[in-house]
Design a protein around this ligand. Structure first.
Ligand SMILES: Cc1ncc(COP(=O)(O)O)c(C=O)c1O
Length: 404
């Protein structure tokens, strides 16, 4: 093509939507890239950076997806997800949350919990609406709120309070523009579980200020407290009408690469989410939904096995970290993360994460990646093998000794 001198040069920066200015690239992904680089150079790295189980997906789940594929179930699924899977989600949620859920009308199958979060923000957040998120927290909420045109409002969850959201602090952050409250329990990066009492107080606040609640329950069954499932705000009377549950298969069934999750909400809220879904991914792969339905409805001993392994690794980490002078650690009650405070060593959390990775081959994520209130801490994901956790603890003790 012939351009004359008047033709403006194409500027990719100027082409980008303004809303992209408000979201950073993921700080976790940067660690992945660095780990890959070190391993390519022949370095041995402890994989504490990634929040995904090291197990294979259980055989019966894989087989169900293969069978579905072999039956020729290769065409579009309903926008909401297959009926079989929605019913299984309804039954599972009814069991876990103690509130009757009709999966046929209240569940939407998502391409991972992350899609559920983004689609929910697009469905409910107007430009300028404020959404309360904990700090530190899984960084997706903030970015999804911003991409939807909303304003994330952070409420700090302190180490002194076990990284639990303080209902009084939440209420102080509410303004006439507040639309939604995000709760992640058990949490990422801290493993903190909101107590039933704090959930009741947060529920009362949501009702008082007429807020929607997004309750991310992706770690609900990786729980080390009493019972098999962490308490949920959805179970509190009056909350089902205003709560959107986010959940998924990645963590509980070791299916992160399948990209499967779900939302559960009232029929009316579900219809709003469906509208966005119809113009985004349309539907999730048909044959993997059959595998997922089997995951939820078959015998759950594979989940018990995996949670049992995580519990052992948690013990190794807690014992090892508590034996390191100068480091403090809050006992996590769920998920597969610990969030030790390493600030006494005189480095920022980013400097400490770089030092541990570059000089000692220990991959963690700086607490500051999850919000300013995470500064001073490191996220350790103990979703790697038990042997790696043991090696990692010994290596970390030596690395911190060297700079004491
Ligand atoms: C709190 C939380 N929510 C959602 C997700 C996303 O899960 P999925 O793989 O289902 O998209 C993660 C993944 O790490 C997470 O930690």
């Amino acid at each position: 093509m012939q351009y004359n001198t008047e033709t403006p040069a194409f500027n990719p920066e100027a082409a980008m939507a303004a809303r992209l200015q408000t979201v950073p690239f993921s700080g976790i992904r940067k660690v992945f890239d660095k780990v890959k680089e070190l391993e390519t150079a022949g370095r041995d790295v402890i994989h504490w950076q990634i929040g995904r189980p090291d197990f294979d997906t259980p055989e019966h789940i894989k087989q169900a997806a293969i069978d579905s594929l072999n039956r020729g179930e290769v065409h579009y699924a309903p926008n909401l997800g297959t009926l079989e899977l929605r019913r299984a989600i309804g039954a599972r949620t009814t069991l876990d949350n103690g509130v009757r859920v009709d999966g046929e009308k209240q569940a939407i199958v998502m391409a991972g919990a992350n899609e559920g979060i983004m689609v929910a923000m697009l469905a409910f957040v107007n430009p300028g609406d404020e959404v309360i998120v904990a700090n530190p927290n899984w960084h997706h909420y903030k970015s999804c709120v911003s991409l939807a045109g909303g304003v994330p409002v952070e409420v700090s969850a302190s180490e002194a309070n076990g990284f639990s959201l303080d209902p009084d602090e939440v209420e102080r952050a509410i303004t006439p523009r507040t639309k939604m409250l995000c709760i992640t329990s058990p949490g990422n990066p801290t493993g903190c579980v909101q107590s039933a009492e704090s959930l009741a107080a947060l529920a009362a606040i949501a009702v008082r200020h007429n807020l929607l609640v997004l309750s991310d329950e992706i770690y609900a069954r990786i729980y080390y407290g009493k019972g098999k499932v962490a308490p949920s705000i959805y179970s509190i009377p009056g909350m089902a009408e205003r709560t959107i549950i986010i959940n998924g298969f990645s963590k509980t069934y070791s299916m992160d690469g399948w990209r499967l999750g779900w939302t559960v909400a009232s029929e009316q809220l579900t219809r709003a989410i469906l509208k966005v879904r119809q113009y985004t991914t349309v539907c999730v792969n048909t044959f993997i939904q059959h595998g997922a339905a089997v995951a939820l409805s078959a015998d759950q001993s594979c989940v018990d096995m995996m949670v049992g392994e995580f519990a052992k690794r948690r013990e190794i980490l807690l014992k090892g970290l508590r034996a390191i002078p100068g480091l403090s650690v809050v006992e996590p009650l769920g998920a597969f993360y610990v969030f030790p405070n390493v600030s006494s060593f005189g480095k920022t959390s980013a400097e400490m994460a770089d030092y541990l990775l570059n000089d000692h081959g220990i991959a963690t994520v700086a607490g500051s990646v999850f919000g300013g209130a995470g500064e001073g801490c490191l996220r350790i994901a103990y979703s790697c093998s038990t042997a790696e956790c043991e090696r990692g603890v010994a290596r970390l003790a030596a690395a911190l000794d060297a700079i004491r």
